[in-house]
Design a protein around this ligand. Structure first.
Ligand code: F6R
Length: 632
């Protein structure tokens, strides 16, 4: 799908409470356990503090859980013996409350151990439900809301004498919060029951077999036919048939989507880490993002998702960009792009701040929400808020079918392909590529960008993938420089103009994967405080490419040099001025300054990658982080 164009589907406002976790389930003829374990490993980016499975075979329904990564669970299962089942559910957890341990890990049994459930989300009224169940004599082993949820379903089941499906439906009318759940039932061996509200759930449709997962990565190996379950829907697979109903008991027709993802896109393909693979994929991911949209020769620039909303976009009084983390940095780059080319005022907001400060926003505002995962809780909540005030919401997302594209009025996918390393790299450059196309289109349509400049910029943007390829050739040099700085305790990243967000992004990359403290600043701000930090121990990373603020940045470099700071500079090929001052320079090709971030960020990504590897850090799964931040 080239663009997304979805209308508002969700009614929820619960995103602030979502919990990060990954769920996988299988029912069919194959051995369920290897499918589930492999799937959980693919979803580990969503959480990796404990994992578990529930399997149903002739012996009954058994749960196996272990604190730690999925590999720990796998080892434990191997030691347990030969386990074969055709139906099972699995979960990988990222704890928000209830410490990561074997007991709090999912799945959770109902009291009779007739059912087991996995859950991604959070039940806000679980304490009230628990109090009620305690009064009825229920006991609880774990501290989780999920155990309360499954026991609550069982209580309804027993009390009403109805089917599990009906008990679930009734329970869903009473629970407050968010969930993607899958239930397995001892008495129905060929059945899985799932439901969703606020947390993602994809159903893979095979030949008489079905897969459930938090995203499509565990499924792609077996089928490319998927159904995205919507909020307030319940899916039942029974004896090889899938049925979907709303929680009002109205049957709906499952819409089968064709997945375009390739299996190799989610494998390491010979690289030591996903992060390195994803950094090296950028020439291709940017080209994929531009493909079919930008044709420099004919001057054609088409973003299908924008078509219907172009009028609103062009006449917007203000553009508000909302996002988190790296996506927010891409938003900052976009602020420069939109203001320079389209002359519309732009505000870039941390989604987490925007949603809590009663912002002034109305129907004349055009809001752009940027997110790799499409699941970030704060960004989703910011969208809901802006939507409730009448603004038009446009999403720039990477994960096809995720919650943000399903919630916004329209949008464009970044087409970067699955990004599995927790640190965002190729998603960042793809986001900037989409935003650059939007800015060029808008500027041209509004007449603020003359045709000749527009055409020249299209050519320049089309040349970016080849230039990124060249920027990647700095890898060996960057690795050498990294070896010199791997033991630093702090680093400062400085850049101006379009390279200021790159400084922020470089610092974030270093912090999150190598655990070295780093700060990004506009270079000129250094003299207002950070300069006090400079001594011979302080490495300062300058982004000093040939652009309108080059001379000013050179002055800042001199200021650092005068204080004996160590200087690493990303410069434009052929630079001599900075070379004479810096301890190390890394050259990237020349481009229009508006597109410089697409090149200057590359050595910074490589720099943090190599430092993290040299420090023995878990590059793809840094401590305390998860890829989909579905918690506030
Ligand atoms: C940093 C990183 C995070 C994400 C942030 C937003 O490398 O990955 O800062 O950028 O959590 O995530 P998305 O883009 O999925 O909304």
């Amino acid at each position: 799908m080239a663009q997304f164009l979805f209308l508002c589907l969700t009614k929820t406002n619960f995103y602030k409470f979502l919990v990060m976790c990954g769920i996988v389930a299988y029912v069919g003829q194959q051995d369920a356990l290897p499918i589930i374990i492999k799937g959980l490993k693919r979803l580990e980016y969503r959480g990796y503090d404990s994992a578990g499975v529930a399997l149903l075979d002739q012996r009954g329904l058994s749960i196996y859980k272990k604190k730690g990564k999925v590999a720990e669970l796998e080892k434990f299962l191997e030691e347990t013996g030969d386990i074969h089942a055709n139906v099972g559910i699995g979960h990988t957890r990222w704890a928000t409350h209830g410490e990561p341990n074997d007991v709090n890990a999912h799945p959770h049994y109902s009291s009779s151990e007739r059912f087991a459930m996995i859950h991604n989300g959070i039940i806000e009224n679980y304490e009230v439900l628990k109090k009620d169940l305690l009064q009825k004599g229920y006991t609880f082993q774990s501290e989780t809301d999920t155990e309360v949820f499954v026991k609550f379903i069982e209580d309804i089941y027993q009390h009403n004498g109805c089917s599990l499906e009906e008990a679930l439906r009734l329970a869903l009318h009473k629970v407050v919060g968010a969930y993607a759940i899958v239930l397995i039932n001892l008495e129905e061996p060929n059945t899985l029951i799932a439901a969703r509200k606020g947390s993602p759930l994809v159903i893979g449709v095979g030949e008489k077999e079905y897969f459930f997962a938090s995203d499509a990565t565990p499924i792609i190996e077996y089928t490319n036919k998927v159904v995205y379950l919507d909020d307030y829907e319940i899916a039942v697979v029974r004896n090889g048939e899938l049925q979907i109903k709303t929680i009002e008991n109205v049957e709906t027709n499952p819409y089968i989507n064709q997945l375009e993802m390739e299996l190799e896109a989610i494998e390491k393909g010979g690289y030591e880490h996903f992060m390195l693979k994803e950094i090296f994929e950028q020439p291709k991911s940017i080209a994929d993002c531009l493909r079919g949209r930008l044709d420099a020769k004919s001057g054609r620039l088409v973003l299908g998702g924008l078509r219907e909303y172009m009028n609103k976009f062009q006449n917007a009084e203000r553009i508000i960009i909302t996002a988190c983390g790296t996506s927010w940095h891409a938003g900052l780059v976009a602020e420069y792009l939109f203001e320079e080319f389209a002359r519309i005022p732009v505000e870039v907001e941390y989604a987490s701040e925007f949603r809590y400060r009663n912002p002034v926003i109305n129907e004349k505002d055009f809001v752009i929400a940027i997110s790799q995962s499409g699941e970030t809780a704060d960004t989703l909540a910011a969208i809901e808020l802006a939507k409730s005030r009448g603004a038009t919401i446009f999403g720039v997302c990477n994960v096809v079918g995720s919650s943000i594209p399903r919630t916004t009025h329209a949008g464009s996918y970044t087409h970067a392909g699955p990004e599995i390393g927790v640190a965002s790299t190729k998603a960042f450059t793809a986001q900037i590529s989409v935003l650059a196309m939007m800015a060029l289109k808008l500027g041209y349509q509004r007449g603020t960008l003359p045709e000749s400049t527009y055409i020249q910029l299209l050519h320049e943007l089309a040349a970016i993938p080849a230039k990124v390829e060249k920027a990647l050739q700095t890898n060996a040099l960057v690795e050498k420089i990294a070896a010199e700085y791997k033991d630093a305790r702090n680093m400062l990243y400085l850049g101006r103009g379009y390279n200021f967000p790159v400084a922020l992004e470089g610092a974030l990359k270093l912090k999150e994967i190598s655990y070295i403290h780093a700060e990004g600043y506009p270079a000129a701000e250094m003299k207002h405080g950070p300069i006090a930090l400079i001594d011979e121990e302080m490495p300062v990373i300058f982004i000093a490419t040939q652009d309108s603020s080059y001379e000013k940045v050179v002055s800042n470099i001199q200021e650092v040099k005068a204080r004996k700071g160590k200087i690493v500079a990303v410069v434009t090929e052929g630079d001599t001025q900075v070379k004479a001052l810096a301890d190390h320079v890394i050259e990237v090709p020349l481009t229009h300054e508006a597109f410089t971030p697409l090149l200057s960020v590359v050595p910074l990504q490589l720099f943090s990658y190599h430092i993290a590897v040299m420090r023995g850090c878990n590059v793809d799964q840094p401590r305390n982080l998860a890829k989909s931040v579905t918690v506030e």
